[in-house]
Ligand binder design. Structure first.
Ligand code: ZN
Length: 154
């Protein structure tokens, strides 16, 4: 078995099946990934991830996982950054949505209060036909003014 010389390898990326983003956890063949030190002339002492089986059998130019550790970590950081941006967008969206809901609820409550006051005034007016209940009108109108002031201030 004649191994091909590794002298020209260097930044040649993985020839493996499908690109792995970030730190590889497992090779496509199911084998654990190991971290090793490169002994090649072009990348002395550079750390790399390798399929355990391929490392044990000293395979060359195979399709098993091979990835430089520094590149994998940069990948990982980039992926995290992207995730962060997405999360921020999501939070902004949720904030706008909850503000809109709050506005709708406020409007509904306001409408309900107005309707209630109107009904009370009508009640009071019809009851006030009995002369002893004129005080009610005063009280209700007083309340209305109070609520009006509160609403104006708020
Ligand atoms: Zn493998």
């Amino acid at each position: 078995m004649s191994n091909m010389s590794m002298s020209s390898s260097g930044s040649t990326g993985p020839r493996g099946r499908g690109r792995i983003v970030g730190v590889p956890k497992r090779c496509w063949c199911g084998e654990e990934i190991v971290a090793l030190n490169s002994k090649s002339d072009s990348n002395p002492c550079r750390r790399y991830y390798r399929c355990g089986v391929a490392a044990k059998l000293r395979l060359r130019n195979d399709e098993h996982t091979f990835k430089w550790v520094d590149e994998a970590l940069l990948n990982e950081i980039d992926a995290l950054k992207e995730k962060n941006v997405e999360l921020e967008k999501e939070v902004t969206k949720l904030k706008t949505e909850s503000l809109e809901i709050e506005k709708i609820v406020c409007e509904k409550v306001e409408m309900m209060i107005e309707k209630e006051i109107f009904e009370k005034v009508e009640d009071a007016l019809s009851e006030a036909k009995g002369s002893t209940k004129k005080m009610m009108i005063v009280v209700v109108i007083g309340c209305m003014i109070m609520i009006g002031i509160i609403k104006l201030v708020g």
